[in-house]
Design a protein around this ligand. Structure first.
Ligand code: ADP
Ligand code: MG
Length: 240
């Protein structure tokens, strides 16, 4: 579904991603872990060109999205993204947040978009919040709405950047549960997280990033129980 060839990204003099090679297959849940500043967010943001790679190539569903002739907007519709800070539109209701892109970008009828939105709200247990504004919701609710908003576009892949890091501990579970369900349904997912329990239970593969490189990758079991690289061992010793 996504192929990453020799991806490099620099911000000025700062070389942040150093030749990443990756292949994400349909239906995989790829969990990305690693220390702060190792380039996890930049990697994720490069996948949908929120950050433009300095060089290298990203191929999504067979199309080179880094090709200057490519129109990224079409592919972006197929890539849902969920951020640490939710990024809901504060002046819009939950329903408006969820239906905005389907109506604006996909030119969907409002009634159809609302039907889909209510189906998603029901699924995440927040049907009664359709007319609420984001500031009337808890962090966990906001993040579930952000996930629903991304799903309303029927993406082929979901990218999550530390979706539970801004949440109070008691709300982490409700968000992870929604993500687990998605994974069970076969959604292709790339998840940057510090939730090692989630990585173990749901991940098909774990990538350990350090200093702009994927230093080691393996199945969750293999990586957590038998890390090979000293930096992976060192990191896991601190977080597990
Ligand atoms: P992580 O998500 O693993 O914590 P990031 O991808 O956010 O790491 O950041 C990697 C490095 O790139 C850090 O040194 C960070 O300061 C730098 N960086 C990230 N985004 C920018 C930016 N827009 N401009 C300049 N430097 C950036
Ligand atoms: Mg980050």
């Amino acid at each position: 579904m996504i192929r990453v060839n020799k991806l490099n990204k620099s911000f000025g003099q700062l070389h942040v991603l150093k030749g990443i090679e990756e292949h994400i297959k349909k239906g995989e849940v790829v969990v990305v872990i690693g220390p702060s500043g190792s380039g996890k967010s930049t990697f994720l943001r490069c996948l949908n060109l929120l950050e433009h790679p300095t060089n290298g190539e990203i191929i999504f569903e067979g199309a080179s999205i880094t090709d200057p002739k490519n129109d990224i907007n079409k592919q972006r519709e197929k890539m849902g993204m969920v951020f640490q800070q939710f990024n809901l539109f504060p002046h819009m209701t939950v329903l408006e947040n969820i239906t905005l892109s389907p109506i604006k970008v996909k030119k969907m009828e409002k009634s159809e978009a609302e039907k889909i939105a209510f189906r998603l709200l029901k699924r995440i247990g927040l049907e009664d919040k359709a007319d609420s504004y984001p500031n009337q919701l808890s962090g966990g609710q906001k993040q579930r709405i952000a996930i629903a908003r991304a799903l309303a576009m029927s993406p082929d892949v979901m990218l999550f950047d530390e979706p539970t890091s801004a949440l109070d501990p008691e709300m982490v579970g409700e968000v992870l549960d929604v993500m687990k369900e998605l994974a069970d349904e076969g959604m292709t997912m790339v998840v940057v997280t510090h939730e090692m329990g989630f990585a173990k239970e749901v991940g098909s593969r774990v990538l350990f990033m350090d200093d702009g490189k994927v230093v080691e990758q393996a199945s969750p079991r293999e990586l957590f129980e038998n890390p090979k690289h000293p930096r992976t061992k060192d990191f896991l010793a601190k977080v597990l």
